[in-house]
Design a protein around this ligand. Structure first.
Ligand code: AHR
Length: 342
């Protein structure tokens, strides 16, 4: 190689290096993501995913997000719908192990009872990612991490709104130390989200003895059960001040029953709900719901990103909580809320 050519080449090399250094700050995050995407495309990864069902618009959006992200990452997704049964989830996870997938991810319908099947996954050398709902387990090393929402914080946000609505915004009531009676409809018994939403709420109201939960019952996150329970308890609902419902599906059922009984939702009784489906945002705009706490279902890309890292033998954060918002009758420009997509 002659000298001039060598200098020209090294000059070009210096320019390329300088340009790279200039750009590196701007693109580092993006590069991380595309590295993960690219590496999943080099050798097609196989992820086994056990979903709990299709009980709500929220859940259907969560499934869409997971399927779309797998496609965009070039990941082969073995998807199983457990139809609300833990035993179906355990069977699906065993079939993923037999198939020797690269990573297993699942939404645990309830917190307990996963030790045996997770030991089998560990013994087969397959990393496991938990998403949306958490598990309760005493043995370490049976799963790699969690990605999803913070259900305690969702419950705390529900409690904070109640305090603001009845105590801070209404000094007369505070002075009179009147009781605030709450009717709670919880999610699936034994699920981490129902526990978190109940405990976070109680943590906040514990500082306010005027607030009392007068009825608490599980509606299993289903619209049909929300409706049935509200119908059966309609005389209680006539005298409570607020309804705290752990998800929008149940809330929509409750609203139907209240309207049938001539009770104005959001006016005769305050309603706090979780998920932020389009239907509940619309109800907030109509004044039929007073507070909507987002539970973000669009976790597919983050799940696939973590799955790629696990398949490459990297360790991942123990807990990744996704960002969430609160929409209320007080402080949001309700018309500015973007279309939810679920
Ligand atoms: O686990 C998340 C909860 O499950 C959502 O709030 C609910 O709508 C879904 O069924």
């Amino acid at each position: 190689m002659n000298r001039t050519l060598r200098y020209r080449r090294s000059g070009r090399l210096v320019s390329i290096l300088a340009l790279t250094l200039l750009c590196v700050g701007f693109v580092s995050c993006r590069a991380e993501k595309s590295k993960a995407e690219a590496s999943s495309k080099e050798r097609q990864l196989i992820v086994g995913f056990s979903q709990i069902g299709a009980e709500s618009a929220w859940r259907k959006c969560n499934t869409r997000s997971i399927r779309d992200a797998a496609e965009s990452y070039g990941i082969q997704l073995l998807f199983d719908n457990a139809e609300q049964k833990q035993e179906n989830q355990i069977k699906a996870i065993r079939s993923f192990i037999a198939y020797r997938v690269d990573v297993i991810a699942f939404v645990p319908i309830v917190s307990d009872g996963w030790e045996n099947v997770l030991r089998e996954a560990r013994d087969a050398g397959i990393p496991v990612l938990i998403t949306d709902r958490k598990i309760r387990i005493s043995e370490e090393g049976l799963h790699a991490g969690f990605i999803g929402t913070d259900s305690f914080e969702e419950g705390r946000n529900a409690g904070r709104f109640l305090v603001r609505k009845f105590l801070e915004k209404n000094p007369t009531r505070q002075e009179a130390a009147k009781q605030v009676r709450v009717f709670e409809l919880t999610g699936t018994i034994g699920s981490s989200v129902a526990t978190g939403r109940a405990m976070g709420f109680r943590e906040v109201i514990a500082n306010h003895p005027e607030i009392e939960i007068v009825h608490s019952e599980s509606g299993d996150f289903l619209r049909s059960k929300g409706y049935e329970i509200a119908k059966r308890c309609i005389s209680d609902l006539l005298v409570v001040d607020a309804i705290y419902s752990h998800n929008d599906s149940m809330t929509l059922g409750i609203i139907d029953a209240l309207k049938e009984a001539g009770i104005a939702p959001g006016k005769d009784v305050v309603i706090i709900t979780i998920d932020a489906e389009q239907a509940s945002i619309d109800a907030l705009r109509r004044g039929e719901v007073n507070c909507v706490i987002e539970c973000n279902p669009k976790t597919g890309p983050a799940i696939m990103d973590l799955a790629v890292r696990l398949a490459e033998g990297e360790s991942i954060p123990w807990i990744v909580h996704v960002d969430e918002q609160v929409f209320t009758e007080f402080d949001n420009d309700l018309d500015a809320i973007e279309s939810r997509g679920y």
